[in-house]
Design a protein around this ligand. Structure first.
Ligand code: ATP
Ligand code: MG
Length: 565
């Protein structure tokens, strides 16, 4: 049941997605839904087995929780609302609401609070490998962002912060081992905690052009953070005083780029001003003209639940002008809160929107001319290449990554909501401290392919390859030749190596192409001509033809074992 395809699937944008489908690893059923074909199932199981071994080694206990989760659990944590349309919801025949697990913090807290009641039973970390469901806005890239995916989710429960830190570090170390054993180079990076809540988290990223996340790296001190969270250091400004501000007519110039061209000054001389709707209240956000607002940082700084760019009407009411001419000097709504990126502290002589259509103001001194509280200057922009590391002061570089895992310190967000308490040794009640830890198992399979392929196909690491060895049997109808392949297959299996024999009635070229496309770590060619010349051909997938070896059939198994090391 191995089906390889010559053509790339139409919806595939990245190499690993194309290869997954062409090599017959998965088959698409519908958008964001895939069947794991026999080859894919084998790799998925191998990744699971590595995860299981490392979770067990770290002392975590395997459980399995229901995929259907009663709505009451989500209402108790407040996430029935906040998860929004990203959560699949179903009703039973009695009209009771359920979710199809997008994650399981609520369920596990309910389970643990009913199982654990004494400090003597703590600490405990439980995990499951279970299907998760998310109605992603844009399911894409194959298994990378699908509607249904396999996740390993673990949860730790502790009595003290120090103990919780230890549980977190145990998972952190286990994750490093898991990804290394899958043949992946994965980097831990500081990350935002998002909807799950909590105070502290690391994502594990596989670097790849196709990655959806930007990551700031400091190669000097090792600082690494998701762009959602990455901070930068800004120099203290020493701007020269400027004369009083004046209006400049800037007809037909709406964007900073257009106005900067029109006025002949660089974008950095501008202050970009945007009106946001923050939990229903308008807020003006000012950043240097050549910078982008980081919505995640802004949301944290404002401490709001819902944040979006304001609509036309709100902008007009707040500023007095349309979006292209908004600025911090005397907006129509004099009471609007203005928050500014830290780099604008002490900015003088800047150009801002005049709150009057088609006009800007020049020579603005933010402290002199605007009403901005000192405490409303904060780090609000997206870090970019060359920005200065907040830790060590050296320049950072931006790379792209695929998030394969995520570890969080949750604190008591869920254990408070569910009253998950235990009896202390002096018989008082205390709340458990929690952590949660996810690995995208199916995404990891594809990340391996994204990191390890060439123009001919996948180059599987031996640990997660569907089969470690492919024997291409060139003359399957010649009994003596087939017998050599059979014997070698049996020897390899006895050595614990998984092997597949390609005994189809196909031309050698087709067999070689398929073996390269699927990417078995070692290829063995058994054919009448080769045997007459003294042996079988063995070659690792990542070696070129010139490195192919001819070995006598009796020595083949040992030679293959050597290549797999
Ligand atoms: P992302 O930012 O990529 O959407 P997330 O922060 O929503 O991920 P978590 O809730 O932390 O992800 O889930 C744990 C892991 O599950 C992630 O690290 C990722 O590897 C995987 N994952 C999340 N969403 C999907 C998806 N739609 N398809 C496949 N894997 C996913
Ligand atoms: Mg997500």
């Amino acid at each position: 049941m191995i089906q390889t395809l010559r053509d790339n699937p139409q919806d595939a944008e990245i190499d690993s997605h194309k290869l997954l489908v062409r090599a017959g690893i998965v088959k698409k059923l519908a958008g964001g839904l895939y069947t794991y074909l026999p080859l894919g199932m084998r790799s998925l199981k191998k990744v699971q087995e590595i995860i299981r071994q490392e979770m067990d080694r770290a002392g975590a206990l395997e459980i399995c929780m229901p995929i259907l989760q009663p709505a009451e659990l989500w209402k108790q944590s407040g996430r029935w609302e906040s998860m929004g349309p990203g959560m699949f919801r179903v009703k039973d025949r009695a009209q009771h609401d359920y979710s199809m697990a997008p994650t399981a913090e609520e369920t596990v807290t309910e389970v643990i609070r009913n199982v654990i009641n004494s400090y003597r039973q703590l600490p405990v970390t439980v995990y499951q490998i279970q299907w998760k469901f998310r109605d992603e806005i844009r399911p894409r890239f194959g298994l990378m962002r699908s509607k249904e995916f396999l996740m390993k989710d673990a949860y730790s429960f502790d009595t003290t912060m120090e103990a919780a830190d230890k549980s977190y570090m145990a998972m952190f170390e286990a994750y490093k081992r898991v990804f290394a054993r899958c043949g992946l180079k994965a980097y831990p990076v500081e990350a935002d905690t998002g909807d799950i809540g909590g105070k502290f988290s690391h994502e594990f990223h596989v670097l790849a052009e196709a990655g959806e996340d930007g990551i700031a790296f400091c190669e000097t001190c090792g600082y690494a953070a998701n762009l959602e969270k990455a901070e930068r250091k800004v120099a203290v400004r020493n701007d020269a005083d400027c004369p009083a501000y004046e209006e400049v007519h800037t007809p037909d110039a709406k964007t900073i780029e257009q106005v900067s061209k029109f006025m002949g000054v660089p974008g950095s001389a501008f202050v970009k001003s945007l009106i946001y709707n923050a939990d229903g209240k308008p807020v003006m956000v000012c950043v240097p003209g050549d910078r982008d607002v980081n919505d995640v940082k802004l949301k944290h700084f404002l401490d709001v639940k819902k944040l979006e760019l304001a609509d036309f009407d709100t902008v007009l009411k707040a500023s007095g002008a349309n979006a292209g001419s908004v600025g911090p000097v005397k907006p129509a709504d004099a009471s609007i809160r203005i928050v500014c990126d830290q780099a604008l502290k002490g900015a003088k002589g800047c150009i801002v929107g005049a709150n009057k259509d088609d006009y800007h103001l020049k020579n603005v001194d933010l402290a002199r001319d605007c009403n901005i509280a000192d405490a409303d200057f904060a780090d609000l922009v997206v870090v970019r290449d060359g920005d200065i590391c907040a830790k060590c002061g050296k320049p950072m570089v931006i790379k792209r990554g695929i998030e394969v895992g995520h570890v969080f310190k949750l604190g008591t967000k869920y254990t408070d909501a569910f009253n998950a308490v235990y009896k202390t040794d002096d018989l008082k009640e205390a709340t458990m401290i929690m952590g949660c830890y996810g690995i995208g198992v199916s995404r990891t399979v594809q990340a391996v392919i994204e990191q390890s392929h060439d123009k001919d196909g996948i180059v599987w690491p031996a640990s997660v390859a569907p089969y470690q060895v492919c024997i291409s049997l060139l003359d399957p109808d010649q009994a003596e030749v087939a017998a050599v392949a059979d014997k070698l297959e049996a020897e390899l299996e006895a050595m614990g190596v998984d092997v597949i024999v390609d005994d189809r009635a196909e031309r050698p070229g087709v067999k070689f192409k398929d073996a390269d496309l699927i990417g078995f770590p070692v290829r063995v060619v058994v054919g009448a001509k080769g045997l007459a010349n003294g042996g079988v051909e063995v070659k690792r997938r990542d070696q070129d033809k010139s490195q192919m070896k001819i070995v006598a059939p009796v020595e083949a198994a040992a030679a293959i074992k050597e290549l797999l090391k």
